[in-house]
Design a protein around this ligand. Structure first.
Ligand SMILES: [Zn+2]
Length: 270
C-alpha cells in the first residue's frame, strides 16, 4: 500500500466511513484548514466551538483509523466581509495556538478579491508573524484566481517579516503555479471536480514544474468532491511510469517537510 498524506481536506463535512476508506487507501495523515460552514456564523462563539471541533473531535475520529489529524485556524475569506467579527475571531485564535495538532493560520486568502477580504487577510498575516506560525493560503476560484493570486503574493511580499518558505499558496493551477514557486512559496494543487485540477492536469503540472515545494490535496468538503483524490493521482503517476520514490516525494514527504516547520511539530515514526 502507498502511504500518503492529504494536506487539505475538510473532514468535518465527511462521514466516518470516509476515514476508513482513506485509511484503506494508505492515508497516514490529514490537515484540515478552517473554512466556511455553508452559512455565515453569527458570533465569535460559533468559531470557538468550531475550533474545538477541529482540535478535539476530528483528531479522535481520525485516530480510530490510525490517521493523524492536524488543523489550521482562521476566519475564512467568505466571512471576512464582516470585519468586526473577523477581528474578534483573530483575537480569539491564540486561545488555541498551544494545542498540539495546530499547524498554523489558514486557510486565509481571498474569495471575491474585495478590500475587506484584503484587510482581514493582512491582519491574519500579522497574527501569524507575531506568533511565529505557518500560513496556508486559499486562492479564489476560476475567473477570480489569477488576479486574487497576484494580490495575495503582493501582500505577502509587502510584509518584510514573511518568509515564503513558511507559506503555502493553495489551489494553484497552470496559470498561477509559476508565480508562487518563483517567489519562494510552497504550492498546493487541488484535485477537485468542476472548479479545480483533475489528476491528469495535476500530473502534467508536476511533469512541467517538478516536484519541489508542491503538495497535492483533495480539498474534500461539503461539495461534490472525492476524499480519495490523492490516491487517484498516485494511480495516474504510476500509469505514466513515475518511480515510487518520486511519487512519495509529492504525496508524502513534501507535506511533512512543510509541516515540520510548525513550532509545535512532534515527529512520528516513519
Ligand atoms: Zn479548503
Amino acid at each position: 500500500m502507498f502511504g500518503y498524506i492529504d494536506p487539505h481536506i475538510h473532514m468535518i463535512s465527511r462521514v466516518t466511513d470516509d476515514y476508513e476508506r482513506m485509511a484503506m487507501a494508505g492515508c497516514r495523515a490529514v490537515s484540515e484548514p478552517a473554512f466556511w460552514a455553508g452559512f455565515d456564523r453569527g458570533t465569535v462563539h460559533g468559531f470557538r466551538d468550531y475550533f474545538r471541533h477541529l482540535t478535539e473531535v476530528e483528531p479522535k475520529r481520525a485516530a480510530q483509523f490510525h490517521i493523524r489529524h492536524y488543523c489550521w485556524l482562521c476566519i475564512n475569506a467568505k466571512e471576512a466581509e464582516n470585519v468586526t467579527l473577523s477581528r474578534e475571531v483573530i483575537a480569539m485564535i491564540p486561545e488555541f495556538l498551544d494545542r498540539p495538532g495546530v499547524l498554523g493560520i489558514g486557510e486565509i486568502g481571498l474569495n471575491k478579491n474585495t478590500a475587506n477580504e484584503a484587510t482581514v487577510f493582512q491582519e491574519h498575516v500579522d497574527l501569524a508573524m507575531k506568533t511565529n506560525e505557518l500560513i496556508l493560503v486559499h486562492t479564489p476560484h476560476l475567473e477570480d484566481k489569477l488576479k486574487g493570486t497576484r494580490m495575495i503574493i503582493d501582500m505577502l511580499k509587502g510584509d518584510s517579516r514573511v518568509n515564503p518558505a513558511r507559506v503555502c499558496i493553495d489551489h494553484v493551477e497552470e496559470h498561477t503555479v509559476r508565480a508562487a514557486l518563483d517567489a519562494g512559496f510552497w504550492c498546493g494543487m487541488t484535485l477537485y471536480p468542476t472548479t479545480k485540477c483533475t489528476p491528469a492536469r495535476a500530473a502534467d503540472i508536476l511533469e512541467r514544474f517538478g516536484t519541489g515545494r508542491i503538495l497535492v490535496n483533495s480539498a474534500g468538503d461539503w461539495g461534490k468532491s472525492d476524499p480519495l483524490a490523492v490516491p487517484q493521482l498516485v494511480q495516474e503517476l504510476r500509469r505514466r511510469g513515475w518511480a515510487n520514490c518520486d511519487i512519495a516525494t509529492v504525496v508524502h514527504d513534501n507535506p511533512l517537510t512543510f509541516w515540520r516547520q510548525s513550532r509545535r511539530w512532534q515527529d512520528w515514526p516513519a
